[in-house]
Design a protein around this ligand. Sequence first.
Ligand SMILES: NC(=O)c1ccc[n+]([C@@H]2O[C@H](COP(=O)([O-])OP(=O)(O)OC[C@H]3O[C@@H](n4cnc5c(N)ncnc54)[C@H](OP(=O)(O)O)[C@@H]3O)[C@@H](O)[C@H]2O)c1
Length: 566
Amino acid sequence: MSRLALLLLLAGAHAVAGFKGMANWKVPTVGDYMRRMEAEKKFGSKKLVVITGTSSGLGRKTARALLRTGKYHVVGAVRDLEKMETIAEIDEFDPASFTPMHLELNSFESVRAFCDQLYDFKGAKHVDRLICNAAVYQPSLPYAKWSVDGHEQQMQINYLSHFLMISKLMPDLAKAPDPRVILVGSVTGNDNTVGGGGVYPIADLKELEGLKAGARNPVSMFDGYNFIGAKAYKDSKLCLMMLSNTLHDKYHKQTGIAFSSIYPGCIAESPLFREKRPWFRKYFPIFMKYITGGFVGEEEAGMRLFQVAHDPRCSKSGVYWSWNGGPREGRGEAALEQDGQILGGGGAGGGWDSIYENDQSDKVLNPETAQTLFKYSSVITGAEWPPANQPKSPCPTLKLVGAMTSMANRREELKRMQPAPGMVGGGLAVGKSAVTVADTIVLGTASRVVKLAQNRLLGELPVTALTGSLQADAPSAPKPQRKGLLRRLRLRRAAPAEPTALAPAPAAPRADATPHAPDDAAPAAAPSDATAEAEAEALVQIESRIMGVIGEYNATSAGQRERVSA
Ligand SMILES: NC(=O)c1ccc[n+]([C@@H]2O[C@H](COP(=O)([O-])OP(=O)(O)OC[C@H]3O[C@@H](n4cnc5c(N)ncnc54)[C@H](OP(=O)(O)O)[C@@H]3O)[C@@H](O)[C@H]2O)c1
């Protein structure tokens, strides 16, 4: 590319950026200014991070790592504030940079209350990171435990409540400069791995019949079959990973938020396993350290989650982050020497630069299941999402044209919904009241003007375009054209009005008329003579103005052509 072209491209990009900035710019009020000052006093230049479950395991270590940098203010969303207070004291969390806040993920009401409290607390500061970490693992019970809202607890705590929370905080996150939403997934939800696909039960949402039925007591499983605690946990992790992908597809471009999920490794000593039997809690870490080599300490796992929140590379959206190595390397004596800290994929070691974008299973990537999951999760939680769309041009002219055409489209669609043979779309799906009288008059006239201009400028459609249908009931003749109205008016002006008695009888329907052409079959109430005349008069005027503009345009073009040729 030549230097000039590059310069032009850069200048264009700058102009677009400037224009976008101008389009988003609003006159700040005194209140806005005061709120910004207050937020600056409270948070300085620190980024605001919200983490669920900072009172234990991975969340606790991640909060510590973030606070150590001095660059973050952490809101710890926890169910037990007293426990959090003790942990914060033990870990020496700086109270100026750490704010514990109550959140009970077993209740949607608590999620809503938490979000309200967070909005009050942060004021004009935007949330920079939302880390959905808290979870429970209930693999041993033969029956489901229920949340306040009547959902199986693992599905609500791990997935549904986080789903609702993201919907509530997403509009604010979208205003931050480098926003990220991080969902803590698991190898157990990703069945293309030994941990996820090799150990029964396997995560599988099937046709989501349970979710479609409301997933409320007594329906425990999203797939609609009987309860298995270990599967509910794995399903909840599968849901989180799918949610991350769906949010990326729907909202990354329009919000700038990086949505990702992670597998922190098997933190075999964390309290997550508190509901397992004592022998399991004793021997599982040993098994993971010395036999499989898949063990990761809480501290190291915390550094991994911290990395996804902190590392500039992790502002990439739509990724399932994992850490590299080989769990089969360095077992036995070598592992004993390092207190079980073995280098390995999903296992310990590897460090900062071993991060990689892991593959996701076909189930995680299934778009139909993901869509159904998103739709019914929204219904169940009452989550509200903005319409998903791509960034729009900030050009004011385009906005105006867009607004005009969207109204016209609505009106045309209403016409298309008139009952007629072949229409199975549910009749008048959009209430007529949606179209106001003003809408009808303004757009009716406008669309007629457009049609008139079309006829004048573009000419008639070729006969071949109107014929050639291979079924008898397909449209075979062009619709009557509105310009007949003008012709009628001109005729009326040229000749005196005919006596009413001689008015021709209504024409018999054409043999080849299309019975379901909306304009032919179900004409709107016939306008009165006075209205029709006024309308036609207006059309004549508009027509003459259009023809005037076209004439001027032609004259100018001809003049220009003459000058050029001279
Ligand atoms: N451990 C592993 O091997 C492993 C492997 C892969 C992924 N993960 C994931 O890593 C994340 C953290 O797990 P972890 O190992 O650190 O377990 P953990 O130590 O048990 O931490 C879970 C956190 O969630 C909180 N929590 C539980 N129920 C809650 C509720 N109803 N409302 C609010 N908070 C609640 C807990 O609060 P309390 O402190 O009050 O109990 C705790 O702070 C989870 O998402 C887990 O699925 C863990």
